[in-house]
Design a protein around this ligand. Structure first.
Ligand code: ADP
Ligand code: MG
Length: 346
């Protein structure tokens, strides 16, 4: 019943004329997360960052793919980065970083009209998990209330720094791209976020990682929960699950019918959300499940050119790895889907 509602809403979204979800609360800072790679976290972060204005994008994934979208020289550059912001909270004596955010329009031509900034990642984030745990363990020698203060300063270090950067640059929206591995900067991103956007790809591994994400949020013994004090209710809500790489039936006459694989995973995600209503920002699963078509060639061209899908034109072509790739017809649909997702966030 509810799934068919989601599918018919999806049809309206694809046409560009769906009404906003009534009563959906809006948040300032979202973490794009799920504990699996290749599901669309970075692609979604990039495209959503283009659709908003006055936004700060924060890259906490050591692979730095989002940073590379914003600056093709990222891997050769040596900018102040997210690790420089966090480290002074973990290692005593280091000076705090200021004005870390870089204007995206300076390095990505498609963003020149947007008042959007980003905080680059660092490949040295691979070392952060052990530095974080060492710092957390060092607080255990302290007494109340110093221990609580010291621990909060560590756990909320990224949050504090994001607040400062938002204020310094007069920005009012933030999206944090995360890595598939929870420990380290991704963990700090969860503490920094008001709410989560969770991409789930139409495959079984993604369902497993959604279940892992939910148990990390709910289990008091999880790496996420175990350091929080009992009265700390700061558990981010799930604003939306975005089912990525969706496909539609190609049977003649079928309109608005998801293919079998998409239908199966839509059902699985819906069941999981129904069992965990209290984690959702409105407690009604119907309000939190959205679909995004497989971008196909549009996704490849968008990645290679670091050009938001919003700016691609149907029929545009590009030779990638010696094959001709085309912006397929469904790009208009994908634009509408991304616009709709953006409107349900801010
Ligand atoms: N609907 C979709 N949403 C997100 N990514 C998609 C979609 N369809 C195709 N893709 C492709 O899937 C890949 C997702 O990779 P990426 O965003 O880097 O994943 P992650 O950051 O989760 O590791 C990209 O190559 C992207 O172009
Ligand atoms: Mg990524």
């Amino acid at each position: 019943m509810a799934i068919s509602d989601i599918i018919s809403r999806q049809y309206e979204i694809a046409q560009g004329n769906a009404a906003n979800i009534p009563g959906l609360p809006k948040f300032r800072t979202y973490a794009m997360c799920n504990l699996r790679g290749g599901i669309g976290k970075t692609t979604l972060s990039f495209n959503l960052s283009y659709l908003a204005d006055n936004l700060l994008a924060v890259d906490t994934c050591p692979q730095g793919n989002l940073s590379y979208f914003y600056d093709k020289n990222y891997y050769a550059s040596n900018q102040t980065n997210v690790r420089d912001m966090i480290l002074p909270y973990l290692v005593p004596g280091l000076g705090k970083a200021t004005r870390v955010a870089a204007f995206i329009g300076a390095t990505n031509q498609y963003f020149t009209e947007k008042n959007n900034y980003y905080i680059p990642s660092s490949d040295e984030l691979y070392l952060l998990p052990s530095q974080l745990i060492t710092a957390i363990n060092q607080t255990s020698g302290l007494q109340y209330p110093q221990r609580e203060q010291a621990l909060n300063s560590i756990l909320y270090s990224l949050k504090t720094e994001i607040e400062r950067e938002l204020k310094q640059n007069s920005l009012d929206k933030c999206i944090i791209d995360t890595s598939p591995f929870f420990a380290g900067a991704t963990q700090l991103a969860w503490y920094a976020a008001d709410a989560l956007v969770v991409p789930v790809r139409t495959d079984q591994q993604s369902i497993k990682s959604l279940e892992l994400l939910i148990s990390t949020l709910t289990n008091p013994q999880s790496e996420y929960r175990k350091y929080l004090f009992e009265n700390d209710m700061n558990v981010p809500k799930i604003q939306m699950v975005v089912l990525t790489h969706c496909g539609w039936s190609t049977i003649a006459g079928a309109r608005n019918v998801p293919n079998q694989q998409t239908k199966v995973y839509l059902g699985k995600v819906y069941d999981i959300l129904s069992k965990h209503r209290s984690l959702l920002s409105t407690e009604n699963p119907d309000n939190h499940l959205f679909m995004l078509d497989d971008f196909l060639g549009s996704g490849r061209i968008s990645s290679v050119e670091a050009k938001p899908i919003e700016l691609l034109k149907e029929g545009e072509t590009k030779t990638i790895d010696r094959t001709r790739v085309i912006v397929n017809r469904s790009v208009t649909k994908c634009k509408h889907q991304l616009q709709y997702i953006s409107k349900q966030l801010w």
